[in-house]
Design a protein around this ligand. Structure first.
Ligand SMILES: *[C@@H]1O[C@H](CO)[C@@H](O)[C@H](O)[C@H]1NC(C)=O
Ligand SMILES: *[C@@H]1O[C@H](CO)[C@@H](O)[C@H](O)[C@H]1NC(C)=O
Length: 174
């Protein structure tokens, strides 16, 4: 009986470790090892600046749900890149990071779908006349959606005190 209770608490603590978002704490050391594998201390890394991290400082990604879309896309990139690096003898630290990234991917799956929507729209072959005709046939509907968002914004900025306004914002961004 005692060992069962003990086992229960061990399982509980391992699970809560994962659910409380300490995945990062768990893999910090592994990330440093991976940096070493990829020789990230060499000076050529600084050429032309960063590819991801400068975006966090741009001031554009202050809204949590929007930031999750950006992060989801970065997670997806790491997932694809690292899964491709697995070999028959995948080192422990790499295996651990891949596992963590896959967990993040699951947690961010909805944001990832949103990111994919944006990417698919951006990559439509707009030189194709058939696609252009489709675009025009959908334009009325698309711009009426724009109109709806525009009206919401007007309503929000018209005659509401700032406190009330703040409370309302999450409703529009679910
Ligand atoms: C890092 O440097 C080592 C030693 O020069 C080299 O063998 C290895 O291929 C490099 N790794 C990468 C990812 O460039
Ligand atoms: C994955 O690895 C293969 C073979 O090494 C390579 O041809 C391919 O371009 C890689 N893909 C990515 C996304 O790195």
């Amino acid at each position: 009986m005692a060992w069962r209770i003990c086992l229960f608490f061990i399982l509980m603590s391992t699970c809560s470790d994962v659910t409380t978002g300490s995945i990062f704490e768990h893999i910090k050391g592994s990330i440093l090892k991976l940096e070493n594998d990829f020789n990230t201390s060499q000076s050529d890394i600084a050429d032309k600046g960063s590819i991801f991290t400068h975006r966090f400082k741009s001031g554009l990604w202050t809204e949590a749900n929007e930031k999750k879309i950006l992060l989801a896309q970065m997670i997806s990139i790491y997932s694809n890149m690292l899964k491709n690096k697995t070999r028959t003898q995948t080192p422990e630290h790499l295996r651990e990071i891949i596992e963590a990234v896959e967990q993040y991917k699951t947690q961010f799956s909805e944001s990832l779908k949103k990111a994919n929507d944006i990417i698919e729209v951006a990559n439509l072959p707009m030189n194709d006349v058939k696609i252009q005709r489709k675009a025009i046939s959908e334009m009325f509907r698309v711009l009426s959606e724009v109109n709806i968002e525009e009206k919401k914004r007007e309503r929000r900025s018209r005659g509401q005190n700032p406190r009330k306004q703040k409370r309302h914002i999450p409703n529009f961004q679910g």
